[in-house]
Write a protein that binds this ligand. Structure first.
Ligand code: HEM
Length: 208
């Protein structure tokens, strides 16, 4: 190659995509060959979300200052989101939407897993509320303040859909929306995390 792009992070992310897409083709093929094995199907979905997360980091801003509490809370939100996502796939793989009836289930108790999934959502919601508050009483950016609100709204909508589908026998239409919103939330939380990596002096806001 004659021209090497100066952005090493872009090169790294392009490599992730180049590896990730064929890898997904392989995982998709294995999931079919194993009769939609619940573990393989979950991996297929989670690798997709991981690629979304990694792809977004291409636009990560650099070198501005940000309060440590905002950085910490945004990191907690990202980690907890992934915990919620993984537990969500466990719930699905225990229930009726894990594939054909003879494709097997993961063998866990669906109700207990749903409870655990919801517990993790509560932690995520709490961390996001804390982030939205801290972002407003310390010197952050308008983007971080707005993003924390957007993430909160998405979590609220996703929680409402989650409870509705749980109590109405998992209608497929709602399940699809739940999966789509999970991807949207992944993107939003990743963008929020990226912005929290900016560095900004940590002074309490006296006026704005
Ligand atoms: C931020 C909030 C939430 C996120 C990001 C989230 C994400 C997910 C994900 C990724 C899945 C797996 C989809 C799949 O593997 O096909 C899932 C499944 C599920 N979630 Fe959530 N969820 C959230 C909140 C909730 C809440 C509050 C409930 C209430 C009980 C809930 C109930 C369920 C159920 C019952 C399933 C299994 C659906 C099925 O069997 O098809 N979720 N969730």
């Amino acid at each position: 190659m004659l021209h090497r792009p100066p952005r090493a992070d872009l090169r790294r992310l392009a490599t992730f995509a180049a590896v990730g897409v064929p890898l997904q083709a392989v995982i998709g093929g294995i999931s079919v060959l194993t009769g939609l094995n619940p573990w393989i199907v979950s991996t297929h979905f989670l690798v997709t979300l991981l690629m979304v997360t990694l792809a977004r980091r291409a636009g990560a801003p650099v070198e501005v200052h940000m309060p440590p509490a905002v950085r910490a809370l945004a990191a907690i939100c990202l980690i907890t989101t992934w915990l919620v996502l993984v537990l969500g796939t466990f719930v699905t793989r225990a229930g009726p939407h894990a594939g054909d009836p003879d494709s097997g289930r993961n063998g866990f108790d669906e109700v207990a897993l749903s409870q655990l999934h919801t517990d993790a959502v509560c932690v995520l919601f709490g961390a996001t509320v804390a982030l939205a508050v801290v972002a407003r009483v310390t010197e952050t950016t308008r983007t971080v303040r707005r993003l924390s609100t957007v993430v909160l709204v998405t979590e609220f909508a996703q929680g409402a859909i989650g409870f509705t589908q749980y109590f109405t026998g998992l209608p497929w239409g709602l399940v699809i929306v739940h999966m789509a919103l999970a991807a949207v939330l992944t993107v939003e939380v990743t963008i929020l995390f990226d912005h929290s990596r900016q560095r900004r002096s940590c002074r309490l806001l006296t006026a704005e």
